[in-house]
Design a protein around this ligand. Structure first.
Ligand SMILES: Cc1cc2nc3c(=O)[nH]c(=O)nc-3n(C[C@H](O)[C@H](O)[C@H](O)COP(=O)(O)OP(=O)(O)OC[C@H]3O[C@@H](n4cnc5c(N)ncnc54)[C@H](O)[C@@H]3O)c2cc1C
Length: 405
């Protein structure tokens, strides 16, 4: 087991580093100020489209889509992409500049894997070109949505159409001005077996009957310009050709959607935590309290050392998950995929929390990105399925074969 990056990964990572240095880090404060100003709600900064065009011209584009996706993929393996994803995630919004951000990542994978030619023409191509954005609508306010089989939004056939009725919430990206389509999961076959009752269907954002009830704040933040929404579907009619994969396949899509997405997501936390560690070190070196640098204090040294260990452990685990996925596919890497989902956000939460403490009052202010990163790491222990669900799944996979005689 060795995870040294190959020449290709080294070269591409250097390209991302140079782009981040020239175009992303210098705009970090400007971006934060823009999105914090409620005058700018649901509006991208004026330089956003130019910046994404630059990333595309530089060829740093869609690298998340692994080589098994053939014509749609830029040709990287999961293991090759993992360190690049870490680099891109040192500023969380940079993922979107490179067209490598959630929820579009997972949605593009679904369309590349299961979409019809017509669906790929209409939705996948503009998504891959970064012209539009998308949302994945599963969670519902009235049911425990950690269990995907609980979804109640009705999908009923009526001639050449399906009619959708129900409510969704926490739908990331749905508030964004570029969001043009929602992959919506609902109950289509209530009499079928438990895991075959649901379907996933493409709902254009402007379909009559699809209404925004309200934007939602996570820890007081709207996540503009592409934030979360509560949505009402009232007699929303879409053609039957919008169904993905077939009736009753929604659960399968929800599971498949989370393959490469999971390790990319965890690697995002490694990038963010690494940056928090670097900020922590710089602060410990710059600040003097009680006659010595913070760095001279044993407790601070231990916090830095502990953070370094946790980041490195997580990084290696994610690389192993990516490598196993390359060699054995999703079916052979399910346990590792659960592990990185559990470990990634928790590790980042711990490291960022320590970085905040070492920054004192500044740590909780808007003068560093740490406070907003802490909230991101925290809610990601719920979003995409709470920790407990993944832990139960991992425990069952781990115990398999060790049953009492
Ligand atoms: C910022 C944010 C963005 C999101 N984006 C999206 C999105 O784009 N699309 C989308 O469809 N959804 C999205 N979600 C929703 C998210 O996926 C759900 O909130 C999550 O799956 C949990 O569902 P729930 O809120 O109904 O909690 P519930 O299912 O009610 O669970 C509540 C709690 O019960 C406990 N619990 C549940 N199951 C178990 C178990 N098996 N064992 C032990 N304890 C358990 C856990 O502590 C859990 O947190 C987002 C959520 C957030 C906060």
């Amino acid at each position: 087991m060795g995870f040294q990056p190959n020449d290709k990964t080294r070269e591409l990572t250097a390209q991302v580093q140079a782009f981040m240095k020239e175009h992303i880090y210098p705009r970090e404060k400007e971006y934060d100020a823009w999105v914090e100003d409620h005058e700018n709600l649901w509006v991208y900064p004026p330089w956003w489209d130019d910046l994404t065009a630059k990333a595309r011209e530089a060829g740093i584009w869609n690298w998340f889509l692994p080589e098994e996706y053939g014509e749609w993929s830029p040709g990287l393996t999961n293991l090759e992409f993992a360190p690049i994803m870490e680099e891109m995630s040192r500023v969380p919004w940079a993922q979107a500049v490179f067209n490598c951000s959630a929820p579009d990542r997972g949605n593009m994978e679904v369309l590349a894997k299961y979409g019809t030619t017509e669906q790929q023409e209409q939705w996948l191509k503009p998504l891959l070109a970064g012209e539009i954005r998308s949302a994945y609508a599963m969670t519902e306010p009235q049911v425990a949505s950690s269990d995907a089989t609980n979804m109640e939004l009705k999908i009923e056939r009526d001639g050449d159409h399906y009619v959708l009725n129900g409510r969704k919430w926490w739908i990331t990206g749905a508030m964004g001005p570029k969001c043009k389509v929602l992959l919506t999961m609902g109950l289509s076959n209530p009499d079928a077996a438990r895991h075959s009752q649901h379907s996933t269907i493409l709902v254009p954002r402007d379909t009559p009957g699809l209404k925004i009830v309200r934007p939602l704040k996570a820890f007081g933040d709207y996540h503009s310009p592409g934030g979360e929404a509560e949505l009402l579907y009232e007699d929303v009619r879409v053609p039957v050709s919008n169904l993905i994969l077939g009736e009753g396949r929604g659960f399968e899509i929800a599971q498949g959607r989370l393959g490469p997405g999971r390790f990319q997501y965890a690697m995002g936390f490694v990038g963010m935590a690494q940056r928090a560690l670097e900020l922590m070190c710089a602060r410990a070196d710059a600040r003097v309290a009680f006659g010595e640098k913070l760095m001279a204090k044993t407790s601070v040294q231990h916090e830095i050392a502990r953070s370094r260990c946790e980041i490195e452990q997580c990084r290696l685990l994610v690389l192993q998950a990516a490598d196993t996925m390359d060699r054995e596919g999703l079916s052979g890497s399910r346990d590792l995929v659960s592990m990185v989902k559990i470990v990634g956000p928790q590790m980042a939460e711990n490291v960022i929390n320590r970085a905040i403490q070492i920054h004192g009052g500044m740590g909780v202010s808007e003068d560093t990105p740490l406070a907003s990163w802490l909230s991101l790491a925290r809610f990601c222990r719920i979003a995409d399925g709470p920790d407990e669900v993944h832990m139960s799944q991992l425990a069952k996979l781990t115990a398999r074969g060790f049953e009492a005689a």
